[in-house]
Ligand binder design. Structure first.
Ligand SMILES: CC(C)(COP(=O)(O)OP(=O)(O)OC[C@H]1O[C@@H](n2cnc3c(N)ncnc32)[C@H](O)[C@@H]1OP(=O)(O)O)[C@@H](O)C(=O)NCCC(=O)NCCS
Length: 292
């Protein structure tokens, strides 16, 4: 029997198995999270099947997903191998496939947020470390006094300023933002002066703040406090870029503790790509490790 696994695209029937592998390594994605990933990139989510030792029936054992945020940026996530099948090159094969998938689309830059286990694999494929990402968590606690008392007016609206988001993120992710803002229970706030926006959405821990893109720290604090008040005592998750010192200062001042660190890594998708245009100082919260 030929046991060399071939790569196939994932579908919604795979979700229980993907969640079982993800939860076995402490990841917290939910079934709706996986539905969204498969819906965002139906032809960019890949898996490999192998039978367990001594058995003949194959099952899904390794995954990788490639999300396209327009020509500027491709994002790779959900790189996972069942612990019983590691060290056989499965993740490396799927990564090579995901990179090829994005390159065929002419993607200028390919990025991901890497765990310590993933980092050496990505380095061998040419990815370079760019930044540290912090997952911050805040449990129920009273709101401290603001660092920047401000009278900025918040409007709950889906009218996210596209130019500001593009300037911060460095790519057009309008489709992703509409998807995240449309999650049941999600709330979106924009500042009336156009200086920032934030999305707050339910997740498996409580709620997740992000993305949040703002022109300055006072704008970010206004939206942060809106999010904390709305969280109503639930755990708030906030993934931020360490290089954005204002974001870290706000997180520290509002009682967010560092829970995980990941390495943001970058690979050119085409020869001599144009410089990546994102501005970390505008990005106060990323969408998350899964989407960038
Ligand atoms: C990171 C992870 C996906 C790697 O999966 P994997 O299928 O074991 O990856 P590979 O087999 O391609 O590579 C793992 C190691 O085996 C080595 N290897 C690859 N092919 C091999 C082979 N045929 N024989 C022996 N070793 C091999 C690789 O060189 C690599 O070595 P390293 O640990 O020194 O870097 C897996 O450990 C995992 O799921 N971890 C938890 C989730 C996670 O952190 N994911 C990454 C998020 S960014």
């Amino acid at each position: 029997m030929n046991l060399l696994p071939s790569i196939r695209t994932l579908h919604s029937g795979d979700i229980p198995r993907i969640l079982a592998i993800a939860h076995s390594v402490g990841w917290t994605q939910t079934s709706p999270d996986l539905e969204r990933m498969l819906c965002y990139a139906p032809d960019g989510c890949f898996g490999l099947e192998l039978p367990p030792e001594g058995e003949s029936e194959r099952g899904l054992v390794s995954t990788a997903m490639a999300f396209s945020h327009g020509p500027e940026l491709g994002w790779i996530a959900m790189v996972l191998t069942d612990p019983a099948f590691r060290g056989q090159g499965l993740a490396s094969r799927l990564m090579a496939h995901a990179i090829q998938h994005l390159r065929e689309r002419g993607t200028h830059w390919i990025k991901l947020d890497a765990s310590d286990l993933g980092r050496p694999i990505y380095e061998r494929m040419g990815f370079a470390a760019e930044n540290l990402m912090e997952r911050r968590l805040r449990n129920a606690a009273p709101l401290p006094p603001p660092l920047f008392p401000s009278a900025l007016r918040i409007e709950e609206s889906d009218a996210i300023p596209p130019e500001l988001d593009h300037r911060g993120f460095g790519a057009d992710r309008g489709r992703l933002l509409r998807m995240l803002a449309g999650i049941e229970g999600a709330r979106t706030a924009v500042l009336a002066d156009g200086g920032g926006y934030a999305i707050l959405r339910p997740n498996s821990r409580g709620v997740q703040l992000g993305p949040m893109v703002c022109q300055n720290a006072a704008a970010a604090e206004t939206l942060l406090r809106w999010a904390i008040e709305l969280s109503d005592g639930r755990t708030v998750q906030w993934d931020l870029i360490r290089e954005n010192e204002s974001a870290r200062a706000l997180a520290d001042a509002h009682g967010f503790e560092t829970h995980r660190l990941l390495h943001r890594m970058t690979l050119a998708g085409v020869d001599a790509p144009p410089p990546f245009a994102g501005v970390a100082d505008l990005v106060y919260a990323i969408a998350g490790f899964d989407f960038g």
